[in-house]
Design a protein around this ligand. Sequence first.
Ligand code: CO8
Length: 264
Amino acid sequence: MASMNDEQQLILVERQPEQRTALLRLNRPKQLNALNGAVMDALCAELEALDRDDEIRAIVVTGNERAFAAGADIGEMASATAIDMLLTNRIGQWDRIRRITKPVIAAVNGWALGGGCELAMTLDLIVAGEGAKFGQPEINIGVIPGAGGTQRLTRAIGKSKAMEMILTGENITAREAEAAGLVARVTQDELVVEDALALAAEVARKSPIALRLAKEAVNAAYEMSLTDALTHERRLFYLLFATEDQKEGMAAFLEKRPPDFTGH
Ligand code: CO8
């Protein structure tokens, strides 16, 4: 049962220090976790705090069983003028999420619509429950996706499927999202958070510095030409030979023992 404190906290934080993981839960259940400015401020602040925290190596972000997030808060935006939107530039702070260096997994149950789908796509990979629904329904309320939906969805599932979803506003199921490449794994609804945390724990056993550069290199596929990205990847690969973790990882392999990565 939620405590008074839980009801006031927009983001609930749980840590699993043994696994070096942390779980962030969006907590506006009555509004299906609609992403108002306060939720996004709190989410960015918690992610940044965990990114600085040496005890934590991988993060999971989830919602509740009904909704990961049903989009930006329509009530908050409905009467805004274009100048209000431009000057407050609420979407600008989504760049804070892109700057998180540790792996962040989205554990999605229920609705991931509009900004909720965009948030899941902004994180590093998605684990979804069988009942999850993904969609960009902005067209139904007279706008378009504004926090990366037209770009990230297109890159994830291709132009034709992205066009279909964005022009009709229709949702896709978790299984369809998995087949299209949007979702990494589909699991039973009740097991989504558990499975995402197990995946985070598996990731957290790797070298933190190699994880950081791996994430940077994969994300470069979005930003750079192939030639530039391959050069970038190669430099990051060479750079890892300056780490103790590379020496430890390769020595452990040769000595047939598990590695003990320190992040140095
Ligand atoms: N904003 C505000 N309130 C919402 C939102 C939302 N996006 N979604 C649901 N709610 C509220 C409802 O108003 C309702 O409140 P109340 O109980 O006070 O009436 C409560 O949550 C429960 O919702 P429903 O009664 O509608 O629940 P249903 O199970 O009948 O329907 C749906 C669930 C299908 C998810 C439905 O709520 C729905 O269609 N929601 C809106 C989905 C949508 O259009 N999302 C896109 C919003 S626009 C957007 O995300 C643009 C992103 C731009 C970038 C972000 C900038 C910050």
